[in-house]
Design a protein around this ligand. Structure first.
Ligand code: MRU
Length: 359
């Protein structure tokens, strides 16, 4: 996708062919700053500190982290796989990418591992970009159908499931980019997505850079707009989808699904194959939910009028804060899933019909 007319991916190899480049997403939208990662520890730090985030991108950066580690010392494969797996718990794409590296590398002699790890990381990144493009193609008809009836489409999305969360295109935002590029009159309600504001900071930045009409709203405003017919469809991304179609995504997604059901608004979830976890049946009971620092709730960071980036406390001194980073939307609230293989209902039979090899 493009920033100021220049095409970027969210992770790419540096000109020297081994350093790994990312955007520091903790600096967006105030600064578009590239970072060069040269060790697996830097890759792990980038994931843990959310310089990169979003389920598919976490997987791709972890895969490049393995490549950096193999370049340094191919004997540390198992320890590095284990350490990278610990960086964030909820998105299954992380484990999926590390499992791919493990399968590729563990039987190779030490001297062959670095080249193979780089090749596998590049394959994972290319796979994600192409997968997301297809998710866009498979989601586009939903928006075309609404536009054909109403002349325009109002989409609501939560968190950031755009190209900054993947290698390119995004998941939930891919159909929106395609609709925009096809000339549809599309407008996006962007949930700000407290506490880290991925919607306000990242989704709004992306959509703006691409020229897509959008409005940032407080997280609690979505239900109101649904009640007044201002939301035609909700599309969100996900960090893990269970065998039965339960959906883990950014905290607050569940409340949007409840409001959507109450108002007859279709609630769609976009995902790549790497987000499916067929070992899990009951998402609420079994998916580990990341608990993050309460300071993300008690503090806010922003830019002052004179251009300084500052963090301020917004909660009364002495009050404690809890900060679960994700929630689980039960399959019964999900209208359907948009995948690279097509759309399907959020249930076991439909998922197995699309992905028989995962049975
Ligand atoms: O905590 P984050 O910013 O990594 O959370 C990201 C999300 O919840 C996204 O919606 C999800 O990873 C899907 S990204 C295509």
């Amino acid at each position: 996708m493009k920033i100021n007319g220049v095409a970027y991916r969210s992770v790419w190899l540096d000109a020297d062919g081994w350093g790994v480049r990312i955007f520091d997403q903790t600096k967006l939208p105030w600064m578009v700053e590239e970072l060069r990662l040269t060790t697996w520890q830097e890759a792990a730090h980038a994931i843990r500190s959310m310089q990169v985030r979003g389920a598919p991108l976490i997987g791709a950066v972890a895969a490049y982290g393995v490549a950096l580690a193999m370049r340094e010392d191919a004997g540390q494969l198992d320890a590095v796989l284990e350490a990278l797996a610990e960086t964030r718990p909820t998105a299954i794409n992380l484990r999926w990418a590390l499992d791919r590296q493990r399968a590729k590398l563990h039987n190779l002699p030490a001297e062959a591992r670095a080249a193979a790890a780089y090749a596998e990381a590049a394959a994972i990144a290319d796979d994600d970009a192409e997968t997301c493009r297809r998710i866009g193609e498979n989601g586009l008809p939903l928006l075309q159908e609404i536009a054909a009836k109403k002349g325009r489409v109002n989409v609501l999305t939560h968190c950031n499931a755009g190209w900054l969360a993947t290698v390119d295109w995004g998941t939930a935002l891919a159909p929106i980019y395609m609709a925009h590029d096809a000339g549809l009159d599309v407008h996006v309600w962007v949930d700000e997505t407290r506490p880290r504001n991925q919607g306000a900071a990242l989704t709004a930045f992306e959509l703006g850079a691409h020229g897509v009409k959008h409005t940032v709203i407080a997280d609690n405003a979505g239900g109101h707009y649904m009640q007044h017919g201002e939301v035609d469809i909700v599309i969100v991304g996900t960090d893990r989808v269970t065998r039965t179609g339960d959906v883990a995504n950014k905290i607050g997604t569940y409340l949007k699904a409840l409001a959507a059901r109450d108002n007859g608004v279709p609630f769609w979830v976009a995902l790549p194959h790497s987000t499916l976890d067929m070992r899990v049946r009951d998402g609420v009971a079994e998916i580990p939910i990341e608990e993050r620092s309460g300071t993300e709730v008690t503090e806010l960071t922003g830019r002052t009028a004179d251009g300084r980036i500052e963090t301020v406390r917004v909660v009364a001194a002495g009050s404690e804060a809890a900060n679960p980073a994700f929630d689980v939307t039960p399959a019964r609230l999900v209208t359907g899933l948009i995948t690279e293989r097509g759309r399907c209902a959020a249930d076991e039979a439909s998922l197995l019909a699309l992905y028989p090899e995962k049975a």
